[in-house]
Design a protein. Structure first.
Length: 388
């Protein structure tokens, strides 16, 4: 969905004027068809690449320094000796494209721009190849490509390329996430999930967005939106649709009559406060072997200060029946009677759930799986109830 005219970037324009073959892919600028010498002394062609951040029609070097990466075999001099500037270091460009070497050659005053940086490394690689075969050239003729990464975003995800997380983020692909309840905790869950590579996100909530919601949700709601009292699911679908594609709003309360909305879900976050329909929803998810996480909080005022518990409970089909909690239990006196919630506790509860979900997908390492996590506000203690 992004079609920024990156070809107008000053550095890439100069490279194209020289006749280089360029492509933007996976949050990286790739310079293709660079001749180099292999360990056998043969001339081959590889690619130079480095992570970039896109700002309008400008391409910014996101490596942070003089480094660049090489896609190909061990680059050598004309005698087949490995180049001292090249050291083995994997960097994932896409799930199928990995650079195997990092090149480091820093001039005394650094590189003045990306053009100088790219051409310096081109010389390091291509001069040995030209010593063997003077007819080879790193400038086969100007070519420019922008390869769509097929990610569910309105604009490119350069954060993943900057951190080298493209391969790991593939764990989110193929996921259809459903978030039930877009109050304080649910909206923060959405805020985090919308920044991942999940294919689709369904939002289910029949309530209106009012002033009190704005004070325990991410971002800042415009006053005009509050005056119109939009449905929460529709409001957040529109808001996060500025970033993530595939977000669908279901402006209804979920109950026994419309559980078919969950058909096809690969993971569900249950953040609705209505305890009456909770058991029916959880029974349906359990029967259909859909993994889900249930969150809740019980906060009360005592002696002029707030205290209570946050709870995050996991329900994963892989666990035995005796391990899984039978149903959601209250986590404090008169849970939700006064509906005491604050943005920081809502956010924390959401983050506990999102981290547990990412562990379930294998994105984060996990020592011992936890069925339930409780956070005690008064003591600051986090307690896990572990499997077994």
């Amino acid at each position: 969905m992004y079609t920024a005219p990156l070809v107008r970037d000053p550095s890439t324009s100069r490279l194209l004027d020289d006749g280089y073959d360029l492509v933007v892919q996976g949050g990286h600028l790739i310079i293709r068809r660079i001749p180099y010498v292999t360990t056998s002394g043969a001339v081959a062609y590889g690619r130079l690449t480095y992570p970039v951040t896109l700002s309008g029609d400008r391409i910014n070097d996101d490596s942070g320094d003089h480094r660049i990466w090489f896609i190909g075999d061990q680059p050598c001099d004309e005698h087949g000796r490995p180049l001292s500037a090249a050291s083995p270091q994997d960097r994932a460009i896409t799930d199928d494209l990995v650079a195997k070497f990092m090149l480091s050659s820093k001039p005394p005053n650094g590189y003045s721009d990306q053009y100088e940086k790219v051409t310096a490394y081109v010389r390091i690689l291509s001069h040995p190849a030209q010593a063997i075969d003077p007819t080879v050239t790193p400038m086969p003729g100007a070519r420019w490509d922008e390869i769509e990464d097929d990610l569910p975003f309105v604009y490119r995800d350069t954060a993943s390329s900057r951190s080298g997380l493209a391969r790991l983020n593939q764990k989110f692909r193929g996921q259809r996430i459903v978030i039930i309840g877009l109050g304080g905790t649910g909206s923060y869950i959405l805020d985090q999930v919308a920044k991942t590579w999940v294919d689709t996100i369904d939002l289910v909530d029949g309530d209106h967005l009012d002033n009190h919601n704005a004070f325990r949700a991410p971002g800042a709601v415009d006053e005009a939106d509050l005056q119109s009292r939009p449905n929460k699911a529709e409001y957040y679908a529109n808001l996060y649709g500025h970033m993530h594609t595939g977000i669908t709003a279901h402006p209804v309360y979920l109950d026994e009559t419309n559980l078919s909305l969950l058909d096809g879900a690969t993971f569900v976050f249950l953040a609705a406060a209505d305890a009456a329909v909770g058991p029916a929803i959880m029974s349906w998810l359990t029967a259909h072997r859909v993994p889900f996480i249930d969150v809740g909080m019980g906060i009360e005022e005592t002696d002029g200060r707030l205290s209570g518990l946050l709870r995050m409970t996991t329900h994963f089909p892989e666990r035995s029946v005796e391990d899984a909690p039978a149903k959601t239990q209250g986590v404090g006196p008169d849970e939700y009677d006064r509906n005491i919630q604050t943005a920081d506790l809502n956010a924390f509860n959401a983050l506990l759930a999102v981290i547990a979900w990412k562990k379930y997908l294998g994105y984060y390492a996990e020592h011992t799986p936890a069925i339930e996590t409780l956070y005690k506000v008064f003591t600051g203690e986090i307690r896990n109830r572990e499997v077994g």
